[in-house]
Design a binder for this molecule. Structure first.
Ligand SMILES: *Cc1c(COP(=O)(O)O)cnc(C)c1O
Length: 468
């Protein structure tokens, strides 16, 4: 498979280059030249397969020659071997035609593990083939950093550096990052805010010398390999509910638009998806854009679902690209307008195309708490606050279309957000035992000033890529 940039001014690349590059050189995102078609009989044949095998079959058409199917199978098996549930992504029914897809059985209790565990192994494989090393640098307000560390720890070809704002992440989130003992993992407690950490990261990526010296690679949610890995659970859950003979809708707690974009890609690969419901919290740029056609970021409001507290949904660019018949001039104009005047209007035909597949629903703080309480009362099931926004939006959809099953994606384990759960139902959610034990290990992190040069020097001294 070859990939092109949504802005149309960067070279087409193969999968391996896209995997390492992250963002395209023209500032765009990479999209496959065409979505591979999975025939209905091949979708039906996924029924009952181990998750890792389904993943290998669905991901294979996106890759290049450096990943023969038997190598890919080894990678998917290794990626999902340590998950705490044998089904990897099990479904739980909580009401008539309403299902929760549990995506939190990985090492950091959030859905990002499903893609990141595979991404780490794929990157290591490509680097080995090319006899290269890479350095992953990430900024995190919590979940992404932990998922990246768990995915890249111990890998021979990669060093990982994660910046988090000192004193401003939760105790569980910090321990998830700092109790990992592997020598290729480096955690930096930045004396600054998350925005400071992200700004440093952006400048490091723009510093061409530094970038090539340490072989800087990106793992944030615009990395195409993450999107592809996330298509798998749309297929496995839909098949469990009767696809390809039956249509299914999905409700997805959304931040950067990576997870719900994977549902859209699954649909365009041939999965019979009825509707994709974009659930947001009070940070509702996507719900507003779908309703009004105007894409306009506002300030971020902190909520009890922090992983959805975003201003800009980066992966929306890929949807816009398709919706305007892949005309990169339209995408360039939209993002130029965003830079210059802080917003863009989605062209009318593109908006109509998007609305034919997606609907948006913003869920406020009080509604989120109410939903956690309601689902616990009616089904005895504890939702985390991110998942609660999805379940709330799913109920809205079911009221209008009761005949089509809705799968609400559960993106985090409730024990990651014990205060929100306690507020809603008066109980404290418990961490799984192996996780609780791991978090008691000694912590290891370095406190650094909010200073680019110091941080660049810290990384260059420790990155093995810089030595050869
Ligand atoms: C990252 C994250 C999300 C948002 O996913 P996107 O792909 O960024 O839309 C939702 N919930 C949780 C728990 C997350 O960690």
């Amino acid at each position: 498979m070859r990939y092109l940039s949504t802005r149309g001014e960067a070279a087409q690349l193969g999968f391996d280059e896209v995997l390492l590059a992250g963002l395209a050189a023209d500032g765009g995102l990479y999209a496959p030249l065409a979505y591979p078609h999975i025939a209905p009989s091949d979708i039906a044949a996924l029924a009952g397969l181990p998750y890792a095998e389904a993943a290998a079959r669905l991901i294979a058409p996106y890759l290049s020659d450096s990943f023969p199917l038997e190598i890919l199978r080894e990678e998917t098996e290794a990626a999902y071997a340590a998950f705490r549930h044998r089904a990897i992504a099990p479904l739980v029914q909580i009401a008539d035609n309403l299902f929760v897809l549990e995506l939190f059985h990985g090492p950091t209790l959030a859905f990002k593990d499903l893609a990141m565990q595979l991404l780490g192994r794929m990157m290591n494989h490509v680097l080995e083939k090319r006899n290269l090393r890479a350095t992953i640098v990430g900024a995190t307000s919590g979940d992404t950093g932990a998922a990246a560390i768990e995915a890249f720890k111990g890998l021979d070809r990669v060093d990982v550096f994660i910046l988090f704002p000192h004193g401003r992440v939760s105790d569980v989130q910090r321990r998830q990052m700092t109790t990992v003992a592997d020598e290729n993992v480096h955690t930096i407690a930045l004396q600054g805010s998350f925005d400071d950490a992200q700004a440093i990261l952006k400048r490091l990526f723009r510093a061409a010398d530094f970038r090539s010296r340490v072989g800087l690679a990106g793992v944030n949610s615009i990395n195409w390999a993450r999107v592809v890995a996330q298509t798998v659970y749309y297929f496995t859950s839909a098949v469990a509910l009767g696809a390809p003979h039956r249509h299914i809708s999905f409700a997805v707690p959304t931040g950067n638009f990576g997870d719900v974009l994977a549902g859209y890609v699954a649909k365009h690969m041939g999965l019979p998806v009825e509707r994709l419901i974009v659930a947001t919290n009070a940070n509702d740029i996507l719900a507003r854009a779908l309703a009004s056609g105007r894409y306009e970021p506002r300030g971020v409001t902190p909520t009890q679902s922090p992983s959805m507290d975003i201003q800009l949904s980066s992966n929306f660019e890929r949807l816009l690209f398709d919706a305007c018949a892949r005309d990169p001039a339209v995408v360039r104009a939209a993002f130029a307008s965003l830079d210059q005047s802080g917003a863009f209007e989605i062209p009318a035909p593109a908006l109509a195309a998007i609305r034919a597949e997606f609907e948006g629903q913003a869920v406020g703080e009080a509604e989120t708490t109410e939903e956690i309480a309601r689902t616990y009362r009616e089904a005895g099931y504890v939702l985390d606050p991110h998942t609660a926004t999805g379940v709330r939006a799913a109920r809205g959809r079911l009221a209008r279309d009761p005949a089509t099953p809705v799968v609400a994606l559960s993106t985090a384990h409730p024990a990651k957000f014990p205060d929100a759960i306690e507020r809603a139902i008066g109980l404290r959610a418990k961490l799984p035992e192996n996780i609780a034990a791991q978090l008691d290990a000694p912590e290891r992190f370095t406190i650094l000033e909010n200073n680019d040069a110091q941080i660049a020097a810290f990384i260059a001294e420790r990155a093995r890529a810089a030595r050869n």
